[in-house]
Write a protein that binds this ligand. Structure first.
Ligand SMILES: Cc1cc2nc3c(=O)[nH]c(=O)nc-3n(C[C@H](O)[C@H](O)[C@H](O)COP(=O)(O)O)c2cc1C
Length: 173
């Protein structure tokens, strides 16, 4: 897909077939994450955790559903991979770093014919559960800041109608 076509047809996918992601596609998405810009070039301020372990995915999913007070929800949508972006803090630049990385992964996954979705609710729930965070073996002082799921989906992409007033935009001549 051309870059603009990917951007203009991007959407958050919340249904996954449950099939595994081929390793080459997984690695390409991670390469896209590693291609992201990071504030002041401080790449040491981000840490990625690629989770494919079904037991841990289920624990993170159940933890989030409980955090939201609705056990019927599946906040990770049964996606086969969750990539958690952790940072030393949760301030402006840390959040921006995580968002850049998450979005690069989402766009790359779409380009590779998969579905993807930014996951911040379940990330907040994860960050709130010290026992669960311990299972990520994060570097000292790092906290989960953002994440993305991706994987095979039956969702399809077509160019979306993007009204020019979708967000307010002020032009100052
Ligand atoms: C910062 C951020 C956090 C998000 N967190 C979640 C999330 O926790 N769970 C979820 O299902 N979608 C999440 N999303 C996806 C949004 O719900 C989605 O982007 C929005 O509804 C617009 O839909 P679209 O992406 O299909 O255009 C998040 C998106 C962003 C940018």
């Amino acid at each position: 897909m051309e870059t603009l076509q990917t951007i203009f047809s991007r959407k958050s996918v919340k249904t996954y077939t449950g099939e595994a992601v081929p390793q080459d596609k997984r690695d390409t998405v991670i390469k896209a994450a590693l291609s992201s810009p990071v504030g002041m070039g401080k790449f040491e301020n981000v840490h990625l955790t690629v989770i494919e372990n079904k037991e841990l995915l289920n624990e993170i999913d159940r933890n989030a559903a409980a955090f939201f007070g609705d056990p019927s929800r599946t906040p990770l949508y049964n996606a086969p991979i969750l990539v958690v972006v952790s940072t030393p803090n949760q301030g402006n630049v840390d959040s921006a770093n995580a968002a850049m990385i998450v979005h690069n992964m989402c766009l790359a996954a779409i380009d590779l014919g998969m579905g993807s979705c930014a996951i911040y609710g379940a990330t907040a729930a994860l960050a709130n559960n010290a026992d669960l965070v311990a299972k990520l073996n994060l570097p000292e002082g790092f906290v989960p800041t953002g994440s993305a799921v991706f994987g095979p989906t039956e969702a399809t992409y077509e160019l979306r109608e993007i009204p020019m007033d979708k967000m307010t935009v002020a032009y100052i001549d």
